[in-house]
Design a protein around this ligand. Sequence first.
Ligand SMILES: NC(=O)c1ccc[n+]([C@@H]2O[C@H](COP(=O)([O-])OP(=O)(O)OC[C@H]3O[C@@H](n4cnc5c(N)ncnc54)[C@H](OP(=O)(O)O)[C@@H]3O)[C@@H](O)[C@H]2O)c1
Length: 324
Amino acid sequence: MPNLLYVNSEVPTMETKELGKTGEKIPAIGIGTWKMGAHYNDELSAIRKAIDLGMSFVDTAEMYANEAFVGEAIKGRQVFVATKVSPQHLHYNDVIKACNASLSRLNVKHIDLYQIHWPNSSIPINETMKAMEKLVDDGKIRYIGVSNFSIEELNEAQESMKKYDIVSNQVEYSIMVRNIEDGLIDYCKDEHISVIAYSPLARGAIFDKWNKDLLVFLNDIGARHSKSASQVALNYLISRDNVFAIPKAGSVAHIEENAGAAGWRLSVDEAASIKNFLIAHRMKLQSLHSMGSISPRIVPFAAKLLTFAYALKYGKKRSKKRRT
Ligand SMILES: NC(=O)c1ccc[n+]([C@@H]2O[C@H](COP(=O)([O-])OP(=O)(O)OC[C@H]3O[C@@H](n4cnc5c(N)ncnc54)[C@H](OP(=O)(O)O)[C@@H]3O)[C@@H](O)[C@H]2O)c1
């Protein structure tokens, strides 16, 4: 069973997992903040609600230009703070300078997880990692992470460090973008590197009108657990031992819904059926796309036809299940 974090009262609200092999457990679902800060009051309330619900792991980046907003939202609260240094700031002195600037904007004494946002092949990685180690030694950051690193890049970065481990790799992962299932997740698991899934709701595409049948499918699976489509989509990711997810949600309602994605598990068969559905779904979208390139005018008719064929295939299964 997942570990649960007790918040305020004695009510367990949030599942926690160990970050890398640090011995420290942090919430399985955190808060993504890209594009946050524009709707100041609503988003401030959303982040604070998330913290109250135990999602006390917030992810930002110098690139998001919202660290001061995040700092305001988390002020006086116990939160695991993750931010990122931009790829153009990976020379030794630039890393130190960028970190100091993030500390000041976030208004925190230290950054819990400092991540290299993207690799930059024009700057030697050992120079960057040396700076990251210095930041740990100086107590400015607690853990070193990376983002958008391949297996080779992870290896090279780890080998250029003398004292510390890379504890996490933040990469795109959602039910719709699952390429890391082909090797990176397993590699990270073997190396005790946590995977932090970004864009875990496919940037909202799961709720897109083109994906209506996907939404119906996810809701059907969710109904068996009294969960919604977004909760099923997030649970699929965190069902893996070493995966955390950081959905961005700008409203209290979405935050509350996403918090309910943790603390339970889809069955192995349900997770497999989601994967199979998505393989078929992608093929459907690809065929629509290629039809569109022949003649955009036939797309609406083709879409109806395919949706009908789809409903026949998957609709039947659903109605069969309801009868049992
Ligand atoms: N390291 C990297 O290179 C990188 C790249 C991209 C993202 N990230 C990180 O990952 C975080 C999340 O990714 P993301 O922002 O790209 O996309 P995401 O979390 O996959 O999706 C965000 C979208 O989903 C909607 N949403 C959230 N909860 C929902 C719910 N329960 N029901 C319906 N819609 C819901 C949001 O709407 P509302 O806002 O209206 O709630 C928003 O439109 C970012 O904020 C950032 O911290 C990192």
